[in-house]
Design a binder for this molecule. Structure first.
Ligand SMILES: [Zn+2]
Length: 496
């Protein structure tokens, strides 16, 4: 109030809300939108009487040997011992403190100056190449945060599916995966790359105090209407980062008839979904959009009348319509999870992926006891799914009785309808592109789903005598779209 940031009436409201929420006043104000994180940090920084460190060398020798985890983030250093987390900084950052509070340890704050920061970096992080780079970095965490959000929104604007942050000797390369291909977006020089990468890891939900290990995280960005799933990628130049962009609130828009497949195929999928029990399996490589297909199936079901439980690691799309369980490897393994899901009496279960014999066995048992199980599996074509299930030890008669539908899918580059060029009976790409907002160098930013489907009859036939006739190959499916002028011939050669 003294600084004129808030007035008396909002203070009363904040205090009451903070009490109800059991949260600190400042954080409540931030959550209510009365304060920006920067303003809060600034105000707290000048208000709190945080101790400084007189003798940095004695502080260092005191904690040396006790430190179990350490981390540099901009001009902040975090040391974790068994009992205490020391946060040493020159700029107050409540988000960092809030994140570390989750560890349920005592937190000690100290203000340090630039020389002390350098001393600690040299004594504790000397083996790391972080040192020389960090020496040159200005302590401007918010600038990095801003840049990170800029990268995210640029990626979203260009309909990128992933963002790659790849460190090399000269700095940090940022590339977007757009309609299946990596496109360079920006390069950040070595004087800022490490600090920016730390910020990117921090902002994308990766654990703060993990170094040298692989890790996964998740973070929502409501303003951008996306969720990112982050994973650290080890490389010879240090840990890189890969972010998968997932649209928020997207589930309801996922519908069978917006998948872009033929009406006949939609009918076949619906027929399979009409069964009260059985197993439906979708295969395809990573990034082939399996989850969209699977979720489109779920949303086509009548959620008012049936109970749907999903069991995934990680949860691909969030929805209020189903009960979604995330598998936490440390607390519960997949098969334990699946067993406990069955006790909740669902009608339909989505199982993230069938990876091993045990999962396959439980899925088919669930199917045999009156549940419809939808899952994914890793194979190259529909016949491969059947062979793989055999290899996973599912008996032939169980397959015949319970397998309702198998499908394999891939995503193909689609021509921009506004600028593609006539090429005899087919069409080809205009590599110049056009002004259409969905046009990227002559391709549409939406890709064409190629779906190969084997229904119950086809499965029965294949199980009986191994006949593959009548089922078009992925190459033939692609060619049909070439004839329609949706895909270019040259982009489909890979499927033949
Ligand atoms: Zn175009």
């Amino acid at each position: 109030m003294k600084q004129g940031i808030v007035d008396q009436s909002s203070i009363a409201e904040v205090v009451a809300t903070a009490e109800v929420l059991g949260k600190k006043t400042g954080r409540t104000m931030r959550e209510l939108g009365l304060l920006s994180p920067q303003t809060l940090n600034h105000a707290l920084g000048s208000y709190l009487k945080i101790p400084t460190i007189d003798q940095i060398s004695s502080f260092a020798s005191e904690i040396k040997g006790k430190v179990s985890n350490k981390q540099i983030s901009g001009r902040t250093i975090v040391f974790e011992t068994d009992q205490v987390i020391y946060i040493l900084f020159s700029e107050f950052c409540d988000e960092l403190i809030e994140a570390l509070e989750k560890k349920n340890k005592q937190i000690e704050l100290r203000i340090i100056n630039r020389d002390q920061w350098l001393y600690l970096v040299k004594s504790f992080f000397a083996e790391s190449k972080v040192v020389e780079i960090q020496n040159q970095v200005r302590s401007d965490q918010f600038a990095y945060k801003k840049l990170f959000l800029e990268v995210l929104s640029a990626a979203k604007e260009r309909s990128a599916s992933d963002i790659h942050f790849e460190p090399d000797q000269k700095g940090l390369r940022i590339r977007f995966r757009i309609i299946g291909e990596l496109v360079e977006y920006r390069f950040i020089g070595s004087n800022h790359s490490e600090a920016f990468l730390n910020e990117a890891k921090n902002s994308s939900g990766l654990p703060l105090v993990v170094s040298g290990k692989s890790a996964d995280g998740e973070q929502k960005f409501e303003d951008l209407e996306i969720k990112v799933r982050s994973s650290k990628l080890p490389s010879k130049n240090g840990d890189g980062l890969c972010l998968r962009l997932i649209p928020l609130g997207h589930v309801k828009q996922l519908k069978l008839d917006s998948l872009g497949i033929e009406d006949q195929q939609i009918e076949t999928l619906k027929e399979a979904l009409n069964f009260k029990n059985g197993v439906i399996l979708i295969s395809g490589e990573t990034g082939s959009g399996k989850s969209s297909t699977v979720y489109s199936m779920l949303t086509s079901l009548d959620t008012e009348k049936i109970k749907i439980i999903t069991l995934e690691d990680p949860i691909e799309y969030e929805s209020d319509e189903f009960l979604q369980l995330k598998i936490d490897k440390e607390k519960m393994d997949f098969n334990q999870g699946l067993r406990s899901v069955l006790r909740h009496d669902p009608d339909v279960i989505l199982v993230g992926e069938i990876r091993d014999e045990e999962t396959a066995e439980i899925c088919f048992k669930a199917a045999a006891t009156g549940h419809l199980v939808i899952s994914t599996i890793h194979t190259n074509d529909v016949f491969g799914i059947v062979s793989r299930l055999r290899l996973l030890g599912v008996p032939e008669d169980i397959l015949g009785e319970n397998l309702r539908l198998v499908a394999t899918q891939t995503l193909a580059k689609k021509l921009c309808v506004h600028c593609c060029i006539k090429d005899g009976k087919t069409k080809k790409r205009n590599s110049q592109g056009c002004q259409d907002e969905n046009c990227i160098d002559g391709y549409s930013n939406r890709r064409q789903l190629l779906l190969q489907v084997l229904d119950r009859k086809g499965i029965g036939k294949f199980l009986e005598d191994g006949i593959r006739e009548g089922i078009p190959s992925m190459g033939e499916i692609a060619q049909a779209y070439v004839k329609k002028g949706v895909l270019a011939h040259e982009d489909c050669l890979q499927y033949i």
